[in-house]
Design a protein around this ligand. Sequence first.
Ligand SMILES: Nc1ncnc2c1ncn2[C@@H]1O[C@H](COP(=O)(O)OP(=O)(O)OP(=O)(O)O)[C@@H](O)[C@H]1O
Ligand SMILES: [Mg+2]
Length: 499
Amino acid sequence: MAVRLRGIGKSFPGVVANHDVDIEVKSGTVHALVGENGAGKSTLMKILYGVQKPDEGSIEINGDDLVLHSPADAIKQGVGMVFQHFMLADNLTVMENVVLGAEKLYGIGDRARAKIKELSETYGFGLSPDDLVEDLGVGQRQRIEILKVLYRGAKIIILDEPTAVLVPQEVDALFGNLRGLKAEGYTLLFISHKLDEVLAVADDVTVMRRGTTVASVRPADVTARQLAELMVGSELPSPSTEESTVTEDVQLTVENVTLAGSGERNLLDDVSLRIHRGEVLGIAGVEGNGQTELVELVMGMRPATSGRVRLGTEDITEWSTSDRRNAGIGYIPEDRHRHGLLLDFPLWENRILGHQDRAPSVRGPWINKAGARKDSERIVEQYDVRTPSIETTARALSGGNQQKFIVGREMSGDPVLLIASHPTRGVDVGAQAAIWDHIREARRQGLAVLLISADLDELIGLSDQIQVILRGRLVGEFDPDTVTPEQLGSAMTGAGGEE
Ligand SMILES: Nc1ncnc2c1ncn2[C@@H]1O[C@H](COP(=O)(O)OP(=O)(O)OP(=O)(O)O)[C@@H](O)[C@H]1O
Ligand SMILES: [Mg+2]
C-alpha cells in the first residue's frame, strides 16, 4: 500500500473540512478523488503533502507511520504535489524553475541539465531545459510542475484538478503521461470534477461527501451518473434541452478590432462579432490564441489598436472598465485569484469588488455595508456557496465555492451583457448544472453572453453560436446543434482546414 490514511480529521474555524477520513491507495495505481465543492478533497491532499496538519488520524506511507511537519517531510517520503495554480516563475527557464530550491540534488549545472533531459525524454514531456516558461502553453507548464516533483524523487504524485485548465488534446497527453508514470511504478493520486475522465483513467475512485470518505469504487462498476449521485448523496435531475431565445436586438458589436502585440503578430487580428439579446456566443480555442485579449478588450482593460466596440447602440470603444461595468456588463474573469477576489477580505467585501459605484454597494456617496452584506447572503443562498458565514475570508473557501460566489456576484443587478471566462472551472457537476441554469434563465430574460470555455461540452451545451479563435483571428463558425467536440478540437488546432 502506497498510502493509508485513517481517521483523519481537520477543522478550521466554523468548518469541519475532514472527519473520519479513511483512504487506501495501492502502489503503482492511478487513484482518483472526487466529491462536491467543499467536500474536503484539497484539504486531505494537503494533509498528505504536509501543508496542513491533521487534528487527528494517522498517515502511513509505504507502510511507515509518519508525522509530516512540512512539505519537505513529505518529499523525503517520496510524496510530491502539483497544485492547481501553477507556481512557476515566468521569466526563468524550465531548468531554473525545476532546480529552484533543489540545488543540492544535482547541482545547478550539467548534472541538473542532464537529469532534466533524461526525465523529460523518458516520459515524453517534450521539454527543453533552456526554454523560457513565459513562452510555453498551459499543458507544457503543467508538465514542468510534474517534472519538478519527479526531479525531487517523488514516487507518489498528487495532482489537484490537473485537467481543469487543459483542452481535450492536452488532457489526452496528460493521461498518456500518467499512464507512462504508472507503468514505471509511480503512484498517482488526482482530484477531478470531470467524471468521464476519472472513469477513463483511474484504477480506483474514492468519493468524498461533506468532509468524509463515503465510497470506494472501481470504474468498471459505476457510470458517471452513479458516481455523481454518490457525490451528492441523492439522485441528480436530468438536464433538459432549451429553446432558442435569440432576439433581433444586437447587444454587443465588435467591429474589425485589431490589437497589436509586441511581436510581429497581432494579438487580435480584424475580429468582428455580434451577440444579440438572449444569445450565447461561445468562443472555442486553445488557450493563448487571443481569447484572454478579446475579453480584456471588451472589458476595457486593453485599448484596441483599431476597430470599434458597441454596447447596444452606444459606442463604448473609449470607455473605462468601470463605466462599462456600470452600463451593465458582468465579468467572470478567468483568473479568480488575480481579478475576481480579494482573498484576505471577507466575502461581503468581495461583493463590492468591481461594483463600487452601484446598488447595493452604495447609498448616495457612501459604501452601503448593510446592502452589500444582505446581498451577499442572497448570493450564498441562491448559488449554494458553502461557507460558515459572509464574514469568512474568500481565501478560506474551497476553489469551487469561490467560483460560485463570483458567478453570483456578476449575475447580480440584471446585467445586459455577461462576459464569462470558464464560468464553471473547478465547480462540481451539481454546481455546474446550477450555474448553467442561472445563465439560461438570464438568457431567457434577454441577457447576451460571451462565453469562453475550455470545456467543449459546456460550449456546445450552452451556446447558440460557436466561433473558433486561432492566432488572434476568428477562423470558423459552427452550429452547436450539429458540431462535435472532435470537429471543434481540430478547428482549434488549425487542422480543420477552416483557415
Ligand atoms: N485554510 C482554510 N481556512 C478555513 N477554511 C478552510 C481552509 N481550507 C479549506 N477550508 C474549508 O474546508 C472545506 C473543505 O475545503 P477543500 O478546499 O478541501 O474542498 P474541496 O473538496 O477541495 O473543494 P473544491 O472542489 O471546491 O476545490 C471548505 O468548507 C473550505 O471552506
Ligand atoms: Mg479543491
